[in-house]
Design a protein around this ligand. Structure first.
Ligand SMILES: CC(C)(COP(=O)(O)OP(=O)(O)OC[C@H]1O[C@@H](n2cnc3c(N)ncnc32)[C@H](O)[C@@H]1OP(=O)(O)O)[C@@H](O)C(=O)NCCC(=O)NCCS
Length: 183
């Protein structure tokens, strides 16, 4: 699965990405609201190797795409897509950018391309994201793409020993593209 946008290329993670992936994923500011935080470059490499057996048609799996700058092929983040267990057209995603590449619209560009593919090419019915409500940058990103807050579960997930809230943002195919989502 590969996409090109105006400034980005989304494709599979490579073994040579392990160092960069470890570096930004283990940054405390990036890891704060995330379930996965690699402890070493080797753990990041194991993750990448596991990903090599996952493709868009593997049900009930997380496919983690690389987000790269088209100009120089540099890894600047990743985009995880949860593929449904029974091909029922309902998808979940999560997105991460290295701190140096935040605040430039790259996440919006990458997720916009993913939503466009899922809804307009692949025939998805619903796409959602699950975030910690304290994660304001994520909430702003999802709202800017036209996603709607549908649920707020109180202390429903335990992360690193702490019970945390879980907020669900979602979008239906008939709502895509939301006004201004594909600038
Ligand atoms: C969630 C996350 C990816 C959002 O990244 P982000 O850089 O804020 O989002 P975008 O790439 O869409 O950038 C939006 C910002 O870039 C600005 N921007 C600059 N140029 C832009 C452009 N060409 N197009 C759109 N926005 C642009 C926007 O104004 C906005 O800034 P603002 O928030 O000050 O208004 C990032 O905060 C992150 O990686 N967090 C850690 C991982 C995480 O918690 N992920 C949540 C799992 S869902």
């Amino acid at each position: 699965m590969e996409f090109n946008t105006a400034r980005l290329r989304l494709d599979g993670l490579r073994e040579s990405d392990a160092g960069s992936l470890f570096q930004y994923r283990s940054d405390p500011a990036v890891a704060r609201y995330q379930g996965w935080c690699p402890a070493s470059t080797d753990e990041a490499l194991d993750f990448i190797r596991t990903q090599q057996s996952i493709s868009f048609d593997v049900p009930d799996s997380w496919l983690q795409l690389a987000i790269r700058l088209s100009d120089d092929d540099r890894l600047i983040g990743d985009l995880g897509l949860h593929l449904p267990a029974d091909a029922d057209g309902s998808y979940e995603f999560g997105v991460t950018l290295a701190p140096a590449f935040q605040g430039r619209g790259y996440a919006r560009e990458a997720v916009g391309a993913l939503l466009d593919f899922l809804f307009r090419t692949h025939g998805a019915h619903r796409v959602h994201a699950s975030i910690d409500p304290r994660n304001l940058a994520s909430a702003a990103l999802l709202r800017s793409l036209g996603m709607r807050q549908e649920a707020h579960f109180r202390e429903s997930l335990k992360m690193r020993g702490e019970w945390v809230d879980d907020v669900i943002f979602a979008l239906l195919a008939r709502e895509w593209p939301a006004p201004g989502a594909l600038r």
